[in-house]
Design a protein around this ligand. Sequence first.
Ligand code: ZN
Length: 144
Amino acid sequence: MFKQERFLPHQKIICNSVVVIAIFHICSYVFSKSVKKEIKERANGKCESCGTNVESTNKLIAAHIKHGIKDHPENGMAHCEFCEAQYHLRHADDPRKTINLSITDNDSTTYGHVSKLPFKQKQALISEFSDQWSGVLKRLKKKY
Ligand SMILES: [Zn+2]
């Protein structure tokens, strides 16, 4: 019995290419373990944005300066939790395009970082932070 192929050869090539591009795209948003380690070691226990000392290197976040480009320590900064949240909040509107982030990518990432902030420990810092970013925070809260 003749079994008909679902996809033509050129359609298969297109499908496979889309998968490869998608995987490459996802990988380009993530630093490799060794690059993360190098960025955090370079920071030597301090946030490279605000200079705050962190209790442990684990509290630092290896952040991308530009998204979608090379996995290299020069393209990264070690951020404390506040600076990382702030960095993404700054790109919550149109400027996100300059760092190659899509709307959903950045909004969910931003919200994730904001919700991870240590609310109990630093009340003063948190209220200052909320005042500064109230507009963007309100908009994000409505979404999630
Ligand atoms: Zn910081």
